[in-house]
Write a protein that binds this ligand. Structure first.
Ligand SMILES: [Zn+2]
Length: 481
């Protein structure tokens, strides 16, 4: 038992978040559509920071208003149409498009009819790039910022996510705000100065080159270089350098968490969890983490690396981070939606499950105290927001972090307090079924109504916590009792 509140955890998380954009963002694919496939060859040098790719993009749906995102540090040699005909393509750039963090440039192929786009059935992209190599953060050779989408060559390693970095041609459906970063792959990864290669969704290998194939959609996150691989029952650790005792302990914790999440949601956690110790390219304290299911990456330099964090901060917030991240298997992977609003609401549910898990080991008033302390941020006159059912665009709040991690979580716990733990669990189970987005307001409402199974109580919940202008006041009254 500790007296530490989860508010502290929220705030620690927020402090980290202010440094780095889009911390825990995870992504999904749309099951109704075809899953794109990438194939070909990608060559890297961890010493030189170079990338040299020859990638075929295929198997995608015929999207009229599309863009193809590629990292801004990658220079195109050429783009070819492979099907239906083989020829070199001319391309245009859409300068206004960005995946919020500006790593990518967006391309399209103009059709012969002015103002329209042309999308061949199969494309071949050849491109090269050279990126900064950061070997320490003591000299002045480090960066001002590090974040999820950074193509980070650091300490003889390359960490490169598959969601934001756009290291491969990433198709984006403009009209439906849907990015196809989850892809099938059949790809050869070559890195002559590496000893280990890991491509998300495949087993890590001890080799300088490897051929990876996945028929199920994956975020092609890549972690290559020279590092140790440690295997246990529930987890695989990359570059973590844990002692045998630590591996056992961490494996046990991960096992307990996935059991808890599986029991709560009634959906078993089917993946082996991969934890990656990567580094920061900035001279900053702390770490940030991100999920590329089933891989979780901690970016931090000693003493804020995975091993030290696990040793020293397990009770001080790190346990909560682990549960939060693993919860994105459900809120972020099981549910296959990819809109800005879905990402936001997923944070509320992931945090709810994290606090729920931690509260088992805390004093009775843990949740109550956490929410009361959090009111300080929610009641701040500078915090502008709309209630969850009225929230339709990101501009409905001026503070995404407070809204995502504090406001939504407090609302979810308030609903639980009113309807009881059993009905709350039923609601969450209903939300995780079917194809509808959780951010779809009608789906959100009908599932809640079904779980509560009492019209009067349902109407009261909607009024007090989901549509009112005085939701914060209502939270306060509820938890003052
Ligand atoms: Zn999250």
């Amino acid at each position: 038992m500790t007296s530490e509140s989860f508010q502290t955890i929220f705030q620690n998380m927020k402090q980290n978040l202010t440094l780095f954009l889009f911390l825990f963002l995870t992504v999904f694919s749309n099951a109704q559509d075809q899953i794109p496939k990438i194939s070909g060859t990608a060559k890297f040098s961890i010493e030189n920071g170079t990338i040299d790719c020859d990638i075929i993009l295929s198997d995608y749906s015929d999207i009229g208003n599309y863009l193809i995102r590629l990292n801004k540090g990658l220079n195109i040699v050429n783009v070819q149409s492979i099907e239906p005909n083989k020829f070199l393509l001319g391309y245009e750039r859409e300068l206004a498009d960005s995946l919020q963090t500006d790593e990518s440039i967006s391309y399209y192929f103009p059709a012969s009819t002015k103002g329209e786009k042309f999308l061949p059935k199969k494309l071949r992209f050849r491109y090269v790039g050279k990126f900064p190599v950061i070997n320490d953060t003591i000299s002045e050779n480090y960066q001002r910022e590090d974040w999820r989408g950074n193509i980070a060559f650091m300490n003889g390693l390359l960490r490169m996510d598959g969601y934001q970095s756009a290291w491969y041609p990433t198709l984006y459906d403009v009209d439906n705000d849907f990015q196809y970063e989850l892809v099938k792959y059949d790809i050869e990864i070559i890195c002559e100065d590496c000893e280990q290669i890991y491509l998300n969704g495949s087993k890590p290998v001890n080799a300088k080159k490897a051929h990876f194939v996945s028929e199920s959609p994956r975020e092609p996150y890549l972690f290559i270089g020279k590092y140790g691989i440690q295997e246990a029952q529930n987890i695989t650790l990359l570059n973590a350098n844990f002692s045998d005792t630590q591996v056992d302990e961490f494996d046990k914790i991960n096992g307990e968490i996935v059991n808890f999440l599986g029991a709560y949601t009634n959906i078993p956690y089917k993946e082996k969890v991969h934890w990656v110790q990567a580094y920061l390219t900035v001279n900053e304290k702390g770490h940030f983490a991100f999920a590329s299911n089933p891989t979780f990456t901690i970016c931090g330099n000693p003493p804020y690396d995975l091993r030290a964090t696990f040793d020293q901060q397990l009770q001080g917030g790190f346990l909560s981070t682990i549960v939060h991240e693993l919860s994105h298997y459900y809120f972020g992977t099981i549910k296959k939606c990819n809109t800005t609003l879905e990402n936001l609401i997923n944070e509320g549910f992931a945090e709810f499950l994290a606090v729920k898990y931690i509260s088992q080991f805390k004093e009775n008033d843990y949740i109550k105290n956490g929410i009361r302390e959090g009111l300080e941020w929610l009641e701040d006159p500078n915090f502008k927001h709309k209630a969850i059912l009225d929230f339709i665009k990101l501009e409905n709040t001026n503070d995404r972090q407070t809204y995502a991690y504090d406001y939504q979580t407090a609302i979810l716990f308030s609903i639980e307090k009113e309807i009881g733990e059993e009905k709350m669990m039923q609601w969450i189970r209903l939300l995780l079924q079917g194809e509808e987005c959780i951010s779809n307001k009608a789906f959100f409402e009908t599932t809640l109504k079904k779980a509560i199974n009492n019209n009067e109580l349902y109407n009261k919940i909607v009024q007090k916590y989901l549509t009112s202008n005085s939701t914060v006041e209502n939270i306060k009254i509820l938890w003052e009792k």
